[in-house]
Write a protein that binds this ligand. Structure first.
Ligand code: ADP
Ligand code: MG
Length: 246
């Protein structure tokens, strides 16, 4: 019974989010529609045509960004819970971000803690989405180039992944607002990336630590309890969800 309540509460949050994201996407679509109609006007100067075209493309890019940042939430509950090796994820993330980093004059440093896998339980697809959002922010925080460091590590009771940049950094107030919907300091930001990422990590029972200094850089650390029973408990829960949906 208790679980049913929690699940329906989760669905409500996801539903509310979907509604507000739909609203955010409708705006650029309406704009683009308007400009396409205008393009049909007789005797339009080439300058005007170029202008309408440029705005339309920018608006479509914005819709695309919103969808990308939000993607991971669209699947309401994890269907698949698998073993995710944090070492492997460090390599995956640096590969995925490589082009974007190169383009921005940023060097990626990869650091893998141990030879043996560092396993945590979760939906790999969502976890990757979470890390990509954080990694993209780190790159965007270094407009003049810099170093992005991605590392996995373990302590006596935790497994962790850490994403550091030597970019613009944040004030206490900015750190506090991280993860709240639509908070963005970027001209073309969606303010959805960190919110989606934090949601995914929390669902995995992960802990989020942020260290930042204005002008020096930022480190995001995500840590997970080393718990041999964790995987067993999770697969039992998945079993229950599967039974219900049959
Ligand atoms: P967006 O990237 O679209 O602005 P996010 O939710 O991904 O939205 O990030 C929200 C805000 O948090 C960013 O606009 C930025 O101000 C701040 N931020 C996030 N990561 C960093 C970082 N590594 N360094 C500095 N600021 C950051
Ligand atoms: Mg972002």
């Amino acid at each position: 019974m208790q679980e049913e309540v929690i699940r329906s509460e989760k669905m409500k949050i996801v539903g509310d989010m979907a509604a507000s994201v739909a609203h955010e996407i409708r705006n650029p679509l309406t704009t683009v529609r308007g400009f396409i109609e205008l393009l049909g006007t007789a005797n339009l100067s080439q300058q005007k045509k170029d202008f309408y075209k440029q705005i339309s493309l920018e608006e479509l890019d914005r819709a695309q960004l919103i969808i990308t940042d939000y993607l991971a939430l669209a699947k309401p509950d994890p269907e698949t819970v698998e073993n995710i090796d944090l070492n492997e994820e460090v390599r995956y993330l640096s590969n995925v971000l490589l082009t974007y980093a190169n383009y921005n004059n940023i060097q990626i440093k990869e650091n893998v803690a141990a030879e043996q896998p560092l396993l945590v339980a979760g939906d790999r697809y969502k976890f990757r989405q979470a890390m990509i959002n954080i990694g993209k922010n780190a790159i965007e925080a270094m407009p003049g180039g810099g170093v992005l460091e991605i590392r996995s590590d373990k302590t006596h009771d935790e497994l962790l992944i850490r994403i550091s940049d030597n970019g613009c950094g944040m004030t206490q107030e900015q750190i506090r607002r991280l993860g709240t919907p639509y908070y963005s300091t970027k001209e073309k930001g969606t303010g959805l990336g960190t919110m989606v990422s934090f949601g995914i990590i929390k669902k995995m029972n992960g802990k989020i630590d942020i260290q930042s200094k204005v002008g020096a850089g930022t480190t995001f650390q995500f840590s997970f309890a080393k718990d041999a029973k964790g995987m067993e408990a999770v697969s039992r829960r998945v079993g229950m969800i599967r039974e219900k949906s049959q």
